[in-house]
Design a protein around this ligand. Structure first.
Ligand SMILES: [Zn+2]
Length: 202
């Protein structure tokens, strides 16, 4: 469903293949791993990927926050770096994966201040993440974004590393309207990725 690409890599062959997959309707987005591959999302060698996403109406997803249990890697995918991309490409739909845990409040701020930035909750119900970030803090940050911008929080699980039911329970535990829970559990991702027909919900 998501294409993956190692960067810096603006290899025309790779971009061409992703373009073919996109035009065939086989991918709806591209996920990048700055903290694994060690590049910055806002470096110009990434721009061809963003231009490809705009051309084919794809969403770009950044793995963000904790990476390989090595904190120094988190600078590469920090929300402040992703904000630079959002500002340079205001029409590009961007998802910050894992709510950039443990940088939850930094992620919140970038999502709330950029119309084209969303965040998914994958991994937030993992016991290690709950211990690191605090369950109350996780809930409070998600509630703040969901109440202010209900279309911005996307469901995710990081399965098979994480438990699917635990992530559903996290959404159900939030003190937000049921309609917003429904958005988080399905409608928001359907809209962001154009599922159920290109353009659906946009
Ligand atoms: Zn990830």
């Amino acid at each position: 469903m998501l294409g993956t690409i190692a960067l810096p890599d603006s290899d025309p062959m790779v971009l061409g293949k992703l373009g073919q997959l996109a035009s065939a309707g086989k991918i709806v987005g591209i996920k990048l791993y700055p903290g694994f591959e060690l590049f910055y999302p806002d470096q110009p060698s990434c721009y061809p990927v963003y231009e490809l996403c705009l051309k084919y109406d794809l969403t770009v997803v950044f793995h963000s926050g904790e990476s390989m249990h090595e904190a120094w890697r988190e600078e590469y995918n920090h929300p402040r770096r992703i904000a630079q991309v959002a500002e340079a490409f205001p029409k590009l739909r961007i998802v910050i994966a894992h709510f950039s845990q443990p940088h939850l409040t930094a992620c919140r701020d970038v999502v709330l201040s950029n119309a084209n930035v969303y965040a998914d909750i994958s991994g937030l119900a993992h016991p290690e993440v709950e211990e690191c970030c605090g369950k109350a803090t996780i809930r409070a940050v998600l509630e703040e974004v969901a109440r202010n911008q209900p279309t911005k929080v996307l469901f995710g699980t990081d399965w098979p590393i994480c438990d699917v039911r635990g992530h559903i329970a996290l959404v159900e535990s939030l003190t937000i309207p049921d309609a917003t829970k429904a958005r988080i559990l399905s409608e928001n991702a359907a809209a962001v990725f154009g599922l159920g027909g290109r353009g659906w919900g946009r």
